[in-house]
Design a protein around this ligand. Sequence first.
Ligand SMILES: Cc1cc2nc3c(=O)[nH]c(=O)nc-3n(C[C@H](O)[C@H](O)[C@H](O)COP(=O)(O)O)c2cc1C
Length: 294
Amino acid sequence: MRFPALLVALALTVAALAYVLLPLFAPELETSGVAMVGDEILLPLPSKVTALTVEEVILLRKSIREWRREPIDVAQLSMILWATQGIVEYAGFGWYRRAAPSAGATYPLEVYVVVGERGVRVGAEYLRAGVYKYDYMRHSLRLVKEGDQRVELWRAALRQDWVRDAPVTIVLCAVYERTTGRYGERGVRYVHMELGHVGQNIYLMATALGLGTVAIGAFYDEDVARIVSAARNERPLYLFPVGVPERPHRATFEDLRGLYERLRGGSREPTEPSQPAVEQPGEELWGPGQHTSG
Ligand SMILES: Cc1cc2nc3c(=O)[nH]c(=O)nc-3n(C[C@H](O)[C@H](O)[C@H](O)COP(=O)(O)O)c2cc1C
């Protein structure tokens, strides 16, 4: 073999070896789209990842309270956090428009995440268990408290088991003054309306990702504030445990059509659903008129 041909063969062999071996040495965090900057966790950036249409997701949305003993993926957590308060565009004049509407763009909500031990998978590893605060401007997380806080949170949420058992719980807090500062007392209702928008975004994104969630309004405010290390003016208002549903919920527009046809035909007694609604343990605690807190 002539000398240049030998060189080319050698170069090709080295390139082939590098192609095969390099991924083995690449840090797992990089391949998962997560990067660390000091103590900040830069989440994978939002992208189009789900295949369902909005009408399918609305049909499939359901409060889920039983989870498989499985983690969720950091890419899924990233999409859910983006749906809470993530940025959707720069709208000019220093205003970064977000995923949910806000009265006067006052954006009173702050988002914390309680991550259980092995609750969020990052490649072959897991996020450290603890409480994180979401930075919507950088789409990142910062650890504010180390250690699995799920049992504490379960106690604070009137021992609702779905809070203890979920790998992750999103905690939505409000800084009322941001909105009441502009709208006075009326700002209080605006904050609650905005909270509902964000809550629905969490439900829909979780459903589209094949995950499940349930809105939790019944908890001891002071206890939850302490658990997530909320600032004095950040008031916890809503919890959303998220996990992989034990039983995926099924629903079709065909079945729905049948249901409407029976209702229009005057029958108020539709055939029983294939998955009957289960009476939830502890319903007396958070059912109508019983919201307990403080
Ligand atoms: C403001 C609010 C507070 C709620 N609080 C709780 C709660 O503390 N615990 C719980 O298990 N479900 C809670 N839920 C979920 C409701 O029970 C659930 O949405 C309702 O039964 C309707 O079922 P669906 O969400 O599957 O359509 C709450 C829902 C809302 C809107």
